[in-house]
Design a protein around this ligand. Structure first.
Ligand SMILES: *Cc1c(COP(=O)(O)O)cnc(C)c1O
Length: 425
C-alpha cells in the first residue's frame, strides 16, 4: 500500500507540476492505478475521469488490447534510433495515417510531443518557401484564442493573451494574429466574420509562409467551436494568396469532434497537419506532422535538400505499436455512433446549467462539453469538491469542461454530468 500523505509531501519536495508554483505548492492527488474510466487514488478513492488525461485516453485506462500491443512490442524492441534505420511499427503507422487523414497528406514526420509536431510544421512551412527561392515568407498568421503548445515556436503562435505566454513576448519571434472566428458551429457564416483575416492576408501575404489554426475547435485558448464554412473559406483564401495552411488537430484528431479529423467537417485538406494527444490512446507520448507531396518535394528540392529536424526518440517503436493498436481499436469500433451518443447525452445533461446565475454559456460538440462560467473558477476551492464527489474535472479560467473517454458508460456519464452541475450550481 502507498502512504497517501507521504506521497503528497514527497511530491511537494521535488516535483514540479504543469503551470504550478513551488513556493506555494498545492496538494496533488496521487493516482496509483487506473482502469476503464476510473482513476484510483492512493487513499483508495475512485474518480470518474472527465478529462481523458487531456484529450488522450479515448479508450480508457488499462485497456487489454493496448496492454497486449505494448507487451508484444516490449519483448521485441522498445526503442531503436530512426536515423538510417526503420521498423515495421513506424511504417505501418505512417501508412495508416496517410490513409485515414484528409486527402493530399502524403508524408509523415514522427515527433515526440504535440509541441514538437507544431515546431516541425512551422519549419516545414518556412523551409518550403525558402526552397522556392522566396525568402520574404517568414511569418505565420494565427487566430486569436489559438493554442499550439508550450515550446518557443509553438508559443509564438498561441494567442498572445489567453495563450499564457505573454511573459516571453520579447524573446519570441513576432507573428501575425487575426481576430478569432466568431463562436458557433452552426453559426450562419458571412464574409464579415472573416473580414479581419482576409484583410491581414491582403496586407501581408508576401511575408506569410503559412496560416496555423485549430480546425473547428479552439481548445486550451478558450474551448470555442466555430463554423465549418469559416474553415472552408480560410482554405480558399490560403490558396488565393499563396499561403500554406497548417491544421493543428492535436486535440481534435481521432474522433473527438464527431469526425475522425475536424477538417472533415469542412471537407478541406490542409497542406500540413499536426496530430498528437489521442494518437496512442494516451499510453505513450507520440505526435506526427503530415504534409503533402508538394510541400515535401518543395522542401527537399531546396538548398538544404532535407528537412532540418530529427529528435532522438523519433518513431519510438513502443509508441508506434500502441498507436497502431489504438487506431485499429478506434476504427474497428462504432465510434461515430459512440461519439454521437455522448454528444446527445452531454447536450441534455449540461443544458440545465444555462439557467444558473453563474453560467454564461453551455456548448457541446462531439464528445466535448463546455460550461463557460461568468467568472474565473477558484480551482483550490472547487477541485476538492469534485474529488469528494468522485469525479475528475480540471477547469481553467472561466471554463469547466469535460471530454470523457469514448468508452464511458451512459450511467457514468450521467453521474459525471449531474455531479458536475450540482457542484457548479
Ligand atoms: C495539447 C496541444 C498542443 C501541444 O501538445 P503537447 O503534447 O502538450 O506538447 C498543441 N496544439 C494543440 C491544439 C493542443 O491541444
Amino acid at each position: 500500500m502507498f502512504d497517501n500523505q507521504q506521497l503528497i509531501n514527497d511530491d511537494k519536495e521535488a516535483v514540479w507540476h504543469p503551470y504550478s508554483s513551488t513556493n506555494n505548492p498545492i496538494d496533488n492527488y496521487p493516482v496509483v492505478s487506473a482502469d476503464g474510466v476510473r482513476l484510483t487514488l492512493a487513499d483508495g478513492r475512485q474518480l470518474i475521469d472527465g478529462m481523458s488525461s487531456w484529450w488522450s485516453t479515448i479508450h480508457g485506462y488499462n485497456h487489454p488490447v493496448l496492454n497486449e500491443a505494448a507487451q508484444q512490442q516490449l519483448s521485441k524492441m522498445s526503442h531503436v534510433m530512426f536515423g538510417g534505420l526503420t521498423h515495421p511499427q513506424a511504417i505501418t503507422l505512417c501508412k495508416t495515417l496517410v490513409k485515414i487523414t484528409p486527402a493530399n497528406l502524403d508524408k509523415v514526420f514522427l515527433a515526440d510531443s504535440g509541441s514538437v509536431a507544431v515546431e516541425v510544421a512551422m519549419k516545414m512551412a518556412l523551409q518550403y518557401w525558402l526552397s522556392q527561392g522566396i525568402n520574404t515568407k517568414t511569418k505565420l498568421l494565427s487566430l486569436r484564442n489559438g493554442y499550439h503548445g508550450d515550446t518557443f515556436g509553438a508559443m509564438s503562435v498561441c494567442d498572445p493573451v489567453t495563450g499564457m505566454h505573454h511573459l516571453f513576448e520579447k524573446s519570441m519571434p513576432q507573428h501575425l494574429f487575426s481576430e478569432a472566428p466568431p463562436m458557433g458551429f452552426d453559426r450562419h457564416f458571412t464574409e464579415a466574420d472573416i473580414a479581419d483575416f482576409t484583410h491581414q492576408l491582403q496586407q501581408h501575404h508576401s511575408t506569410i509562409a503559412a496560416v496555423i489554426l485549430e480546425p473547428i475547435v479552439q481548445g486550451a485558448g478558450g474551448m470555442r467551436f466555430y463554423s465549418p464554412q469559416y474553415l472552408a473559406r480560410i482554405r480558399a483564401l490560403c490558396d488565393e494568396f499563396n499561403v500554406l495552411l497548417i491544421a493543428d488537430e492535436i486535440a481534435t484528431g481521432f474522433g473527438r469532434t464527431g469526425k475522425l479529423f475536424a477538417c472533415e467537417h469542412a471537407n478541406i485538406s490542409p497542406d500540413i497537419l499536426c496530430l498528437g494527444k489521442a494518437i496512442t490512446g494516451g499510453y505513450m507520448t507520440l505526435a506526427a506532422t503530415l504534409c503533402s507531396n508538394r510541400v515535401a518535394e518543395g522542401i527537399c528540392s531546396g538548398e538544404a535538400g532535407v528537412l532540418m529536424h530529427g529528435p532522438t526518440f523519433m518513431g519510438n517503436p513502443l509508441a508506434c505499436a500502441i498507436a497502431n493498436a489504438s487506431i485499429d481499436l478506434l476504427l474497428d469500433s462504432p465510434w461515430q455512433q459512440t461519439v454521437a451518443n455522448i454528444e446527445q447525452q452531454l447536450l441534455s445533461a449540461l443544458h440545465p446549467a444555462l439557467a444558473y446565475d453563474n453560467v454564461e454559456d453551455v456548448r457541446v460538440l462531439g464528445a466535448i462539453g463546455v460550461i463557460e462560467m461568468k467568472h474565473a473558477v477558484n480551482m483550490a476551492d472547487i477541485t476538492p469538491k469534485f474529488v469528494e464527489a468522485g469525479i475528475w474535472v480540471r477547469p481553467f479560467g472561466k471554463l469547466v469542461y469535460i471530454m470523457p473517454p469514448f468508452i464511458i458508460s451512459d450511467d457514468d456519464l450521467h453521474y459525471l454530468c449531474s455531479t458536475l452541475l450540482s457542484i457548479i450550481e
